[in-house]
Design a protein around this ligand. Sequence first.
Ligand SMILES: [Zn+2]
Length: 562
Amino acid sequence: MRLFTGFILFSVLGITTVCSAEEVDLSVVSRIKDQAFNHSQVMDYVHYLADENGPRLAASPSYQRAAQWAVEALRKDGIESARLEEFGDFGRSWSWSGISVQMIEPQVTSLNAVPLAWSPGTEGTVTAPVVYAPLWEDPKDPAQSNLVLLAERIEAYKKQYAGKLGGKIVLLTGKRPFELPSKPETQRWSEDDLVEMMSARDPQTTDLYEWPLLKMPVDTEERWKLYEVIPYEIQNDYSEREEKLVNRLIEFLNKEQVAAVMMTNTEGNGGVIFATSFGSYLASAPIPPTAVQLMPEHYNRLVRLIQHEVPVSLRFNVDATFPDLNAQGMNVIADLPGTSKRREVVMMGAHLDSWHSGTGATDNAAGVAVVMEAMRILKALDLKLDRTVRLGLWDGEEAGHLGSRAYVKEHLGNPRSMELKPEHETFSVYLNIDTGSGRTRGVLTQGNDMAKPIFLDLMQPFEEHGISVAVPRNDWGTDHQAFDAVGLPSFDLLQDQLDYWSHTHHSNIDTVDHIVPQDLMVSAAFMASLVYHAAMRDELMPREPLPQPLPAPQALPEILQD
Ligand SMILES: [Zn+2]
């Protein structure tokens, strides 16, 4: 049965436009829901990805195991085309297997800690005094997201501490401020939240960005607004420049021969360690000293003791290695071949890599499980597809969207020069999921006015599951941006936050316990329906005008030049 939601007639200045509604095949939707709700395998995928194969740091041996597992699981589901697609040099792979950090002076106690990625382990147990030498006294100092001020601060830091840090454990971040939590730690979007999101942001009246970009707002909301409008390649360029500045600090710490650096995080409400990296995976970058992230409460105690001039020393041991100094990046790709429009591609994806302190359950085994389940459902129902449906599980998202960017460059086009590949012409749409386990509530339309009514029609059979909004905003910070950057329709699903930002995102408690299975089941059904209908509609997904090639960047201030 097909559902027609009618015709909408607009009459503007005497011109009448007919917007025919999207055709929704309710018999297929109903079969998809039956597979997703009564024969679900989504939590089996989560189990293998997180409990058995997690964490999955980009290019690490456990990532490679998970990628291999995903290929085999897809083939077992009958998707024979599942394969690994290497995309070139990643750099140093890294993995860790143990850590212990003990305060031995002034009291003996153990401290909760996680090593920071791409920093080396210790050779055995090390005992050393602790010195408080923060790069920024205020961990939210706005100057740290201004590249010139950051470069100046690193130069001043070198002068301030030269000859003073040798053999010591350096506490490198400021004391983490604590406030009693004022917001619920787990939340779903309320009706009011969704209504607010459905209004577009006001147009900007001033030039928003420079190229190269030299500073970012510190306030998260302001930063999000900026990320929504600056070209993706400019964002990536900013991150790369910031990383290069951190390498200057690392070279100094290495010259000083520090025993280790220890830090803490400002995310969450305490008790949880959020940990990413210190130093780069790039083979050309300096290897940093051993770097450890401590639980904020334990870190702050060390700082208070030192501020009271009480000598502090720690004993620590980190088991971490670089198994491969020249690891290859590796995506997982799988196809359900189309028939009459076989060359045209509808794609969905999620990143397979994770950070390393938890098991990468909500970030992003959840998303991977949703898209693998959507593939399984389409295959199990043996639906005839006009277009080819393709799955992409990306490597290196957390390291800068490396897998999806490499895929786009190889198959679709170059976002800087806008030189396009033939596959660009026959590519319909990319759909992404990457905000934890929370239920899908809608789609962010990335400013594509033509896509909005299509999504609204496709959401109708899922309204009873809470999926109802087409949010006219750009989402950022994940893999759909790579496709968006070359002018292709690409969208991220809007999901309930749950405790993603307060607890699990990049943290040591990103575990399966924080997954809501029913939410994944609904998201998988919706994703399967979206890609099915995108594969069957008459036309490719409507596109916005192509972005212009990026102009040559302005010269960098002298202090930022390499
Ligand atoms: Zn993620």
